[in-house]
Design a protein around this ligand. Sequence first.
Ligand SMILES: Nc1nc2c(ncn2[C@@H]2O[C@H](COP(=O)(O)OP(=O)(O)OP(=O)(O)O)[C@@H](O)[C@H]2O)c(=O)[nH]1
Length: 602
Amino acid sequence: MTDITTIRNFSIIAHIDHGKSTLADRIMELTGLIAERDKKDQYLDRMELEQERGITIKSQTVRIPYTAPDGSKYILNLIDTPGHVDFSYEVSRSLAACDGALLVVDATQGVEAQTLANVYLALDHDLDVLPVLNKIDLPSAHPEEVCQEIEEAIGLDCGDPILVSAKTGEGVKELLQRLVREIPSPKGDPHQPLKALIFDSWYDSYQGVVVLFRILEGTIKNRQPIRMYSTGKDFEVTRLGVFSPEPTDIEELGPGEVGFLCASIKELDEARVGDTITHPKNPTQEPFPGFKTVKPMVFCGLYPVEPAEYSVLQSALEKLQLNDAAFAYEAETSQALGFGFRAGFLGLLHMEIIQERLEREFGANLIATAPSVIYEIHKTNGEVFEIDNPSKLPSPGEIDTINEPYVRMEIHVPNEYVGNVFKLCEEKRGTQKDLKYLTANRVIITYELPFSEIVYDFFDRLKSMTRGFASLDYEIVDYRPSDLVKLDILINGDPVDAMSCIVHRDNAYYRGRALALKLKRLIPRQLFEVVIQAAIGSKIIAKERNAPLRKNVTAKCYGGDITRKRKLLEKQKEGKRRMKRMGSVEIPQEAFLAAMQVDDGK
Ligand SMILES: Nc1nc2c(ncn2[C@@H]2O[C@H](COP(=O)(O)OP(=O)(O)OP(=O)(O)O)[C@@H](O)[C@H]2O)c(=O)[nH]1
């Protein structure tokens, strides 16, 4: 058991790309935890996908032994947190296991939307927050100004900031000394009944469920019985350890310590994040209050390209869900696409990551439909229910009102782009709530907008309209009534349920026409005429046609060059993998996402 006064439990919080992972690596390297030569870039980002995207998805924790220059020895538990708004619930639960946080701010960029969002989360958890200005090796760094921003925007004392370059390592030694001095050690009594907080858990095919926990009171020993407070289920610890950075077995952990355990737990539901682990014979009287359960907010259809691949997709989804409690799915049938699944995600990035993992790790060949939010339908007969699939909207005559989710969004942007942000937010049916100056030339704009308007192309548009200088953070605030209608797409007279979308009545005509035109371009010409129509109820509002293709593609090849011909055919086959045959028409994957690419042309 470690002397509690030598433990420091902390997280690094930062806006995306401000250098959190680089700093974590440098700390592990300077303390000798990982040798430079076997350092894989950004050790904490384990999954291959995370490395490619440069984003941390699953929290990872490392125990770092550290000897200060005066010879005192410490145990630093670095609890990693993801930086993207989709995953703020993961940030929050990781912070619950900490006593302090390093707030990393890029000294060339300053305070951004997620810097603020993350600091508020940390302050909610009563953490001591140390401001760290990173990237001071860059000539464009302006630490004094950024310090002022931190003081003004956050109200944190930045009189004696920690200046580092996570890249070169400059300042990181001093950072560690400040960390052990200024972040408090945990409190807890080894003789109290066991009370440990589960702050992460995941499924491992060899070990069953692995639980990451922090002990608040009492001790845990290997092979002892434990009880999960919320379910009352008992288990026996089969493995106890710490990540340092590789899993290392340990016999006992005491108050304030962070570790992992396995206990033949078969399902993630039996070791819920936020639950309290205690001793069955001497249970704690005061469990940890737990966390809000997270609800998926964005939904899309996932269908196998070939019906025969349904079971492959199903087992891939099962496996993914074992590791990601925030991801939900259920079977659904589409007239157009056949048997598939409706999947729910925290946000768009979460959706993209899951889709990519399905394809890459599980080899699933899938068609994804455009994302939808949840709508609350009030029927004229008094019935109220939610739908997450536009094709489920009852006929207009049965609907009294449709409520849609609204978000409150904070956008940080340099002065000169304020006009562009207004334009975009107004176009997306937003209402401005506030405008504040962070500094003389940086502004925080607050808008309330329908969530459905931002699940499409909002982020890309914002990025291009502000040359990448805007950052944002949002949260869902409530559901509000809106004048919404369902826009249907018909191909050769048949409605394609998977292409239906719900839009505001004022935009419906424009969007219907733009969508039909976009589909005309996306759906390749076939041997017969293809008619694409957009409709609201029984009213056709747009019609496009693709004339029949007369020639065989291979006819283009000159003089019977067989290899060339084969290549062309293979290319066609390759393209086909992403085609879905509906009736006699072949429709490419992109066509199902076309709704995301048309705007309202204002
Ligand atoms: N010049 C310079 N570049 C840095 C420094 N620290 C980080 N970077 C670079 O900044 C980029 C972002 O750094 P990351 O460590 O991936 O940022 P992050 O905050 O972990 O990002 P997420 O994991 O996506 O939240 C990378 O290209 C780093 O190489 C620094 O001190 N100086």
